[in-house]
Design a protein around this ligand. Structure first.
Ligand code: ZN
Length: 455
């Protein structure tokens, strides 16, 4: 018994601190690179201990981690420094979750009103910065910096995610696409988007690889569906051990069908570019929060706390980005916290999250369709400087209007390039019309739709 308490306390201490490789390397990138492989082993050991943490353990950890990021932001990030002064909030005296209510939730649009430097800590060495752009599920691309400290955690979280699903990093693993998910670089075998989309490559490389032994397949939601559809037709004898997807949501009924057809379980996780891992699905198919990564709240539209079981806006304070701290950040999803305990025995909270369902644009002349989040990603990656917000409107079976608010006027050449990019992504099956506008209004539900249909 005593030994267990000792182990638990040690794990708690480590989880509350920065990863050891960050702590020990100071300003030296080389030291970080030297320490991080063994640090990953330590952090992985710690996460395995968290399966035995009680609700009180988690609260204790979250208070410590919250206080750390609040103090850091108040001292080193000019936006938070000014705001805390304005609202008379002193992070040094923080000791109760309810004190957080003083800070109003902030949206992506509000962050975008200021230069990102306002949100960037001045005391963190540049080598920890990793530039990232969110795939705007609300059509508002945001460029910011991730912290390498979080990237180390992302990788370790992936081990944990596999364990929750009853899989292992030792499995025969195939990763499709997801080029921007660096945490998957060291797992199994990666097949790029262009590779798995190619008929010959699938036949000559991917299917033979999958036939070696049952594999754990990891992809984003829409790619997984498409790939499984192809596999069913082209290689019906392929057997999977586990299917895992991220990003886009797959409906419950479709998940059941997939799971039944391939005779294997299917799992997802919940995360965001800005706030990393938010939830992991366990073997009982419940989505557990990740309390070592963030403090997750559900609030109403006017910012008040919502009781357990009721749906509201997800608001996240992320512990692991010290470069650009996200504090009470409205990630743009609706969710509800469920206070029930899960049969798997873990005491972390469970959430109900209806998911970011990706809408699809169906091509008129073929059976293909394109995920709107895929299309949004291409706009985000190429036009985050030029375009502040955008929306697609499907006006007829073959006509798409791309409405956008520019940051500065686009030249004729730039407009041509933008049309070209859209037409190419839509395989020239649609006529694309650009429409510059001053405002894009949210729909009745309050959320700005990235795709509307006016057929
Ligand atoms: Zn569970």
């Amino acid at each position: 018994m005593e030994k267990m308490t000792l182990v638990k306390n040690l794990a708690k201490k480590i989880i509350c601190a920065a990863p050891l490789s960050v702590e020990l390397s100071g300003n030296f990138k080389l030291l970080f690179e030297l320490f991080s492989p063994s640090d990953k082993i330590i952090q992985d050991w710690v996460l395995r201990q968290t399966d035995f943490f009680s609700e009180n353990d988690w609260e204790e950890i979250q208070l410590i981690k919250l206080k750390k990021i609040l103090i850091h932001a108040g001292e080193n990030v000019s936006y938070w420094q000014k705001l805390f002064k304005e609202i008379n909030f002193n992070p040094e005296t923080f000791k109760d979750f309810s004190q957080l209510q003083k800070i109003s939730p902030i949206t992506r649009a509000e962050i975008k009103k200021n230069p990102i430097e306002e949100f960037t800590a001045e005391n963190i060495s540049r080598w920890r910065f990793r530039e990232a752009i969110t795939s705007g599920s609300t059509g508002e691309p945001l460029k910011f910096f991730q912290d390498l400290r979080d990237n180390l955690r992302r990788e370790v979280n992936t081990f944990h995610e596999l364990r929750y699903a009853g899989a292992s990093y030792r499995d025969h693993i195939a990763v499709l696409g997801m080029e921007s998910h660096h945490d998957l670089n060291n797992f199994g075998r990666r097949f790029g988007s262009a590779e798995w989309g190619d008929d010959k490559f699938r036949q000559s490389v991917i299917y033979p690889y999958l036939k070696l032994k049952p594999a754990t397949l990891i992809a984003n939601g829409s790619d997984l569906r498409r790939f499984l559809f192809l596999t069913r037709k082209e290689a019906p004898d392929v057997i999977f051990k586990t299917l895992m997807y991220r990003g886009e949501h797959i409906r419950e009924s479709e998940r059941d069908n997939i799971s039944r057809f391939f005779k294997c379980p299917i799992f997802t996780n919940y995360g965001s570019r800005e706030c990393s891992l938010l939830g992991i699905e366990c073997e009982y198919h419940k989505l557990h929060l990740a309390p070592w990564m963030n403090y997750f709240e559900i609030v109403s539209d006017d910012g008040k706390a919502v009781p357990d079981g009721q749906e509201g806006n997800a608001v996240v304070t992320f512990f692991e980005n010290f470069v650009v701290p996200f504090i009470r950040y409205k990630i743009g999803d609706k969710a509800a916290i469920n206070s029930e305990l899960c049969f798997c025995g873990r005491k972390s909270k469970i959430i109900a999250f209806s998911g970011r369902e990706s809408d699809f644009i169906k091509f008129p002349d073929s059976s293909k369709s394109l995920s709107i989040l895929d299309l949004a990603r291409r706009i985000d990656e190429n036009y985050y400087n030029e375009i502040r917000q955008y929306q697609f409107e499907l006006r007829s079976e073959k006509l798409i209007v791309f409405r956008y608010i520019p940051n500065a006027d686009l030249t004729e050449t730039e407009k041509k390039r933008l049309s070209g990019l859209l037409e190419e992504a839509l395989e020239c099956q649609f006529h694309v019309v650009l429409e510059e506008t001053a405002a894009i209004n949210p729909s009745a539900g309050g959320k700005t739709q990235i795709l509307i249909r006016n057929l």
